[in-house]
Design a protein around this ligand. Structure first.
Ligand code: ADP
Length: 471
């Protein structure tokens, strides 16, 4: 037919000039539609892609005849080096050799385009952390990505087997059958545990995928261990926080009731009760402040205001501030070492807060007459300022060390020795690690004493990298 149209045009038959012009463009439009069909085929899904291939072939065959080429010649496959996916070479071949073989070449090109697309899709699916498995109604695997293999065992990725579905809880197959039979857009969400050694908690989504001739089901398996752990920690935090807020409220309330009922005899007792109320409400205020500070840092709302900090000078100031308490307890408190070069970019008030916290802990958990010292060093290898607070106090049992920087943790028998919130060290860790990209730690031995230390990087770039990791 297109060939006839060409003849008609050349004979100048009763075709209106505008229509004739339009027809002159048809072969070119046909030629153009080949790469368009190739690209579309790369983007389209199964049946649609097949349709695109057909359309592309038809377009190319049309061009071949429209340009007046004979059919049936061979196609030179080596001529495909132009980086255009071969469409141009196929078109040129068809221009030389003819319609039907040109159509075959075009089909070849388009099939190759599909192959490339399929490889890319597999690569994308393999890059996903969730397990993705495509199964038929009977649970036979058509495709499974790498993550599915890691979760369910390597055999789960073998197409044509039922290993993947067999490694999943039985309700998954039931969900597969239900969604495939229902068709439409039905999806199922299941919470389950994998039958692996860790009984990994997973969330599974099952939805329908329309194949060429049948409906399949896509199963997405997500490992939710870390989400569950975060939820557990949140609930634990809320429970502990409520408890910690309730306890310090009890005693000021009781004293306030006594004062309000006029049950307090003399002024001295009244002052004493008022003093208790004041100190307990201060403690409560400090607890709430710490909770807010930690919340701000963990949510990323708090930002360090960096300036050049001379840690030697800052350490001297902190020791001076704690000297009154040390004297009262007859504890020898001193700045035993302060390196001149211990200077780094840091948030000064926050650094002071950390040092004061460590010093006040050292004083709290060291018996009267003990020794506490502050040391400011530089670690030239790590390019960091290192601040250490040493005491010869109670020390910390080994089992408590890993939990010491957690929220609300207090060593059992220390609760009787000194009042505290169990949040101070957690706040210090947040300030040092999340806000300054530093490190904090402790060495301790029961009955010998403790050394709390923290390191702040001197270089901005090192700080940024570590802070990002800690956040
Ligand atoms: P707290 O307000 O209870 O002191 P922290 O978070 O600062 O809270 O400290 C947590 C726990 O670590 C303390 O309750 C205490 O048991 C222990 N601890 C901290 N510093 C020392 C220290 N220098 N010596 C012994 N134990 C300490």
């Amino acid at each position: 037919m297109p060939f006839e149209r060409n003849q008609e045009r050349s004979q100048g038959a009763a075709t209106p000039p505008a229509a004739s012009k339009a027809r002159a463009f048809l072969p070119w439009i046909g030629l153009l539609s080949v790469p368009v069909a190739a690209v579309a085929a790369m983007l389209a899904e199964g049946a649609a892609a097949a349709w695109m291939i057909g359309a592309g072939c038809a377009a190319l065959a049309y061009c071949a005849t429209a340009f007046g080429m004979p059919a049936g010649a061979a196609v030179d496959d080596d001529d495909d080096e132009e980086g255009d996916g071969g469409v141009r070479s196929a078109a040129r071949n068809s221009a030389v050799h003819g319609g039907s073989l040109a159509a075959a070449a075009a089909k070849d090109v388009l099939l190759r385009a599909i192959e490339v697309r399929s490889t890319e899709r597999t690569a994308i699916l393999d890059a996903i952390a969730d397990g993705v498995i495509l199964v038929d109604l009977h649970g036979e695997t058509r495709f499974a990505n790498k993550a599915a293999g890691a979760m369910l065992g390597e055999n789960a990725t073998v197409a044509g087997t039922r290993d993947a579905i067999g490694a999943l809880p039985p309700q998954v197959l039931r969900a597969v059958q239900a969604v495939v039979e229902a068709g439409g857009t039905e999806r199922r969400r299941l919470e389950a545990e994998l039958r692996d050694h860790a009984s990994t908690p997973v969330v599974i989504h099952v939805s329908v995928v329309r194949g060429h001739s049948e409906s399949l089901a896509a199963i997405m398996v997500r490992d939710v261990r870390s989400e569950r752990e975060a939820d557990r920690m949140k609930s634990e935090f809320v429970a502990k926080a409520s408890h910690e807020l309730r306890t310090p409220l009890a005693s000021p309330r009781a004293y306030a009731e006594l004062l309000a009922d006029g049950e307090v005899g003399d002024d001295a007792q009244r002052r004493e009760f008022a003093g208790i109320i004041l100190s307990e409400t201060n403690r409560l205020g400090a607890l709430v402040d710490r909770m807010l500070d930690i919340g701000r840092i963990e949510s990323g709302m708090a930002r360090a205001t960096l300036e050049q900090v001379d840690f030697g000078e800052l350490g001297r100031q902190c020791v001076e501030e704690q000297q009154g308490e040390a004297n009262r307890r007859m504890i020898a408190l001193k700045l035993s070492r302060a390196e001149r070069a211990a200077v780094a970019q840091a948030d000064r008030p926050l650094m002071k807060q950390v040092i004061l916290n460590l010093l006040s802990n050292a004083l709290k958990y060291t018996p009267d007459g003990g020794e506490v010292s502050l040391e400011i060093d530089t670690d030239n290898l790590a390019r960091a300022v290192v601040v250490s607070v040493k005491d010869n106090g109670l020390g910390i049992p080994e089992h408590a060390l890993p939990r010491l920087f957690g929220k609300f943790y207090r060593v059992e028998n220390h609760e009787r020795i000194a009042k505290g919130t169990g949040l101070g060290l957690n706040l210090c860790r947040n300030i040092v690690e999340a806000m300054h990209g530093g490190q904090i730690g402790v060495d301790s031995k029961v009955g010998v004493g403790s050394r709390f230390w923290f390191a702040i990087p001197m270089d901005q770039s090192a700080r940024d990298q570590t802070a990002r990791k800690a956040a």
